[in-house]
Design a protein around this ligand. Structure first.
Ligand code: FAD
Length: 526
């Protein structure tokens, strides 16, 4: 008999909810977490300005109406401390900690034909019939090596593992490398307190304003109909509300109406901007119109036209890299103590004892902050030696991940992924997608048990069809046209394939619900 029915890896949004569901179903479950507290993303990423870019009313669990009613979100976009406090509250409220081992990292998984042996970094191992990887899509930091790093006389910090005690940056000369979401948030938050800020940018970013604000009134109005609101989210394209269904751009190119729609979305703020027209991700003209409106706004915000141009994204479609939601990012560059280094034209040559040498110029700094992103979607899974007796999952995925529905991979039975590659995951409100996957997996395990079955694995043909379908759908969009982390392009040597399922949360739900209703069609159960 295995030690546990199920071992879950990770105690972020996914692992916590997975534990609760399995416990409710009577499965003996053990959760292993590398960090020393629950929270996942919101435990590790404590950099200044860290905040979600999906509205709090949507970026939260929906599984318990009582939890929804009792938790008061203070702002439209919650900051990291509030989200972490929420997840800690969830862990306490459902008494989850007693089944979680913290400060323990899973290093190896071995399938012996009937069960998994899970080996952790303390050398111990335990067995389970099922393993659920709730390891996160953005939990494996990408840490590029810069020559001379060890010689730097100042302090170096990574946004993805910010010190818990905080860092005093007041009055210091600070360099930030990276202008993705974490970089933008950090830059905006620290600019008012540092004496000098030098930003190293490879690619300019499309950012839309957050218009963050308190939401007490909105919360009070929503509470009576919260469950309906959640149900609607589950059927949307991205797992959250973006207003009424928009028209197609090609059907309405009248310039004043187009402008009015972009303007309306811009003033409303947030990621719904790219849903102004429903073909922005599929029609290059629609995409260019949406991109051009953002470029115009950047020109309005940045006083120096030459600097505005350097901050303006032109080389890739809007939405093809993760969009950012900002709270005054571009305006930061109007300050005299802030400067921008374009590392496309002036590459970082090395870190020196006094700062960063880019092109021919040494930029002095007392602190370097690296906001260099993550090995997305497959990084945390590939960091574990997952072996089925013949080969590793990493070897199988050498040319890109192969999954059925993003939930399992053929040849690796009884191993489930929460928001795995080829599921909507990072293209969605991830809490919607997490809850959907956790519910789906929990029902599958209950189904197996009720039928006296012990093994589940995708049929290789069904998997191949799904992989082809996800690639084909991605190719219908502008998404693969950027060197993005969605494509694995930020990691040297990583095969470039589009990692998430771009067909939408609602569509995905219909497919995966259908598969389950049809007796887990495309899976082999025994
Ligand atoms: P995680 O929160 O990443 O948790 C995974 C956990 O697994 C981690 O705690 C990790 O330590 C643990 N783990 C991994 N491997 C191992 C191992 N081998 N052994 C033991 N433990 C392991 N999504 C949105 O939808 N909206 C947002 O606004 C948003 N903002 C974000 C901002 C930042 C800065 C980042 C990094 C991500 C953001 N995301 C956002 C994505 C975010 O990751 C998800 O929304 C969500 O938090 C994922 O939860 P999770 O439990 O699946 O994964």
């Amino acid at each position: 008999m295995p030690d546990h029915d199920v071992i879950v890896i990770g105690a972020g949004f996914s692992g916590l909810y997975q534990l609760k569901c399995l416990r409710d179903q009577g499965f003996d479950t053990w959760v292993v977490e590398a960090g020393d507290e629950v929270g996942g993303t919101w435990y590790w990423n404590r950099y200044p300005g860290a905040r979600c870019d999906i509205e709090s009313l949507e970026y939260s669990y929906s599984f318990d109406p009582a939890l929804e009613q009792e938790w008061d979100w203070s702002e439209r976009y919650a900051a990291q401390p509030e989200i972490l406090a929420y997840l800690r509250h969830v862990a306490d409220r459902y008494d989850l900690r007693r089944d979680i081992s913290f400060r323990t990292r899973v290093e190896q998984l071995d399938w012996d034909g009937t069960q998994w042996t899970v080996t952790t970094d303390d050398g111990a191992s335990r067995t389970a019939r099922y393993v659920i990887a709730a390891t996160g899509c953005l939990s494996m930091p990408s840490r590029p090596e810069f020559d001379g790093m060890a010689e730097f006389a100042g302090e170096v910090y990574w946004t993805s593992s910010w010190p818990h005690e905080g860092v005093d940056l007041a009055g210091k000369r600070v360099a930030v490398i990276g202008t993705g979401s974490s970089g933008l948030q950090t830059i905006t938050a620290i600019a008012p307190i540092v004496s000098r800020l030098t930003v190293f940018q490879r690619t300019p970013t499309y950012a839309v304003p957050a218009h963050n604000k308190p939401i007490a009134d909105r919360l009070a109005a929503l509470r009576p109909r919260y469950p309906d609101f959640r149900e609607e989210s589950r059927l949307t394209r991205a797992g959250f509300h973006c207003g009424e269904e928009s028209t197609a751009f090609y059907a309405d190119t009248e310039p004043s109406r187009v402008r009015a729609e972009f303007e309306r979305r811009w003033l409303d703020g947030g990621l719904c901007y790219t849903q102004a027209f429903r073909d922005i991700l599929t029609d290059v003209d629609a995409n260019e119109a949406a991109a051009e409106h953002v470029r115009e706004q950047i020109r309005l915000k940045v006083a120096d036209p030459e600097l505005a141009e350097r901050l303006t994204p032109r080389t890739y479609p809007i939405g093809a890299k993760r969009m950012c939601v900002d709270t005054g990012y571009f305006e930061v560059y109007n300050e005299d103590h802030v400067s921008l280094v374009d590392i496309e034209t002036d590459p970082i040559r090395r870190i020196t004892p006094r700062g960063i040498l880019a092109g021919e110029t040494e930029h002095e700094a007392e602190v370097i902050i690296l906001a260099t992103g993550f090995d997305a979607m497959t990084g945390a899974l590939n960091a574990i030696a997952i072996r089925n007796g013949r080969r590793t999952l990493r070897e199988k995925w050498e040319a890109g991940p192969q999954t059925y529905l993003g939930l399992m991979s053929a040849g690796f039975p009884n191993l489930f992924f929460i928001t795995g590659p080829q599921s909507p995951s990072v293209l969605s409100n991830m809490v919607t997608s997490i809850e959907y996957h956790v519910d789906w997996v929990t029902r599958a395990l209950a189904h197996l048990r009720s039928k006296g079955l012990r093994r589940m694995e995708p049929d290789p043909a069904a998997e191949e069809n799904w992989v082809n379908a996800t690639n084909d759908i991605a190719d219908l969009t502008v998404m693969p046209r950027a060197a993005s982390w969605y494509m694995g392009a930020n990691i040297p040597g990583k095969r470039r394939v589009f990692l998430p399922f771009v067909g939408g949360v609602g569509t995905y739900k219909q497919i995966a619900d259908g598969v389950a209703v049809a007796g887990y069609h495309g899976f082999e159960l025994s």
